[in-house]
Design a protein around this ligand. Structure first.
Ligand SMILES: NC(=O)c1ccc[n+]([C@@H]2O[C@H](COP(=O)([O-])OP(=O)(O)OC[C@H]3O[C@@H](n4cnc5c(N)ncnc54)[C@H](OP(=O)(O)O)[C@@H]3O)[C@@H](O)[C@H]2O)c1
Length: 267
């Protein structure tokens, strides 16, 4: 029998990589978004859901066995989406008899007192304490996230950066593959984390980005005081014993750069 799996955050960076993985693994995917695509042509069933006001949650969860919860609002109302939205979803999942609620979290949320991470930690606790059987899997930063951050300063002539911060970025496809493996009908509790193949400082990351993009910009150390930066510098956002991904930052950037040049050439 096809397992029905609700995927929240299905339009996001991770969600877009997870959708085909789950479908190819034989799940009947119900993909949730506040604005599902219209006009057909998609390969999964879509459900309209808003975690802030609760629209569509109960209908979407009603007949699924597994939930993979990857919706988030790091820049928006994190408390409403990530904390209260997760609690609402858990209540609906409990009533629907969901057998495995997979919650996607971030490596270091318990050690780095960054407000977004604190909310993710609160959500993790709600998941762990809920009567719904669950799996909590933490991942490190996606390559595309690091790229987006560096892109914001790319045009500035000098790059002031917190060079000592250490990260272990992973290709989102590889993170999605590992997370999809947890979407079974048996809950796994706290699952081993999912990290990229190497730990790099922000200086390493920025230098590689600069070289691959063919830019010439000096990088200067931006001293960042406080516990958040100290947590990132200490390596708390890394999981050295869980190097699941194999695509390095440099290889990922080079492939992306080639694709970008090829797309530009076609225009
Ligand atoms: N990005 C990273 O580097 C990284 C690293 C480790 C772990 N993670 C975790 O991985 C998960 C996915 O992250 P991501 O970077 O892929 O996120 P993302 O690209 O920002 O996507 C966020 C998703 O959440 C949905 N969403 C936002 N507000 C919503 C609301 N009110 N109701 C329902 N859905 C809502 C969005 O859907 P619509 O806008 O279509 O409604 C979108 O699909 C998160 O749990 C995140 O903490 C991310």
């Amino acid at each position: 029998m096809t397992r029905r799996t609700l995927q929240t955050g299905a339009t996001g960076t991770l969600g877009s990589a997870l959708r085909p993985r789950l479908r190819d693994a034989g799940h009947g995917v119900v993909a949730a978004s506040r604005s599902p695509p219209t006009g057909g042509g998609t390969d999964v069933e879509w459900a309209a859901m808003d975690l802030i006001d609760g629209t569509g949650i109960r209908d979407a969860v009603a007949d699924v066995d597994v939930v993979v919860h990857a919706a988030t609002a790091p820049q928006g109302d994190t408390e409403a989406v990530d904390v209260r939205g997760t609690e609402r979803l858990l209540e609906a999942a409990a009533d629907a008899g969901v057998s495995n609620f997979v919650y996607v979290s971030i490596v270091g949320v318990d050690e780095i007192p960054y407000s977004y991470y604190e909310r993710k930690l609160t959500a993790e606790r709600a998941v762990a304490e809920s009567p719904v059987p669950s799996t909590i899997v933490r991942a490190t930063q996606f390559h595309s996230f690091v790229r987006d951050v560096l892109e914001t300063i790319a045009r500035v002539p000098i790059w002031p950066l917190p060079t000592g911060i250490r990260l272990q970025p992973i290709a989102v496809d590889e993170a999605a593959a590992a997370i999809a493996d947890y979407a079974t009908s048996e809950a796994g509790g706290r699952a081993p984390a999912v990290g990229g193949p190497e730990i790099l400082t922000v200086r390493d990351l920025a230098e590689t980005y600069r070289d691959v993009r063919g830019l010439r910009r000096p990088i200067v150390r931006l001293p960042l005081p406080g516990k958040v930066a100290a947590g990132f510098r200490s390596g708390a956002a890394c999981c050295p014993d869980r190097t699941v991904g194999t695509t390095t930052w440099k290889a990922w950037l080079e492939a992306e750069h080639r694709d970008r040049l090829a797309a530009d050439a076609k225009r």
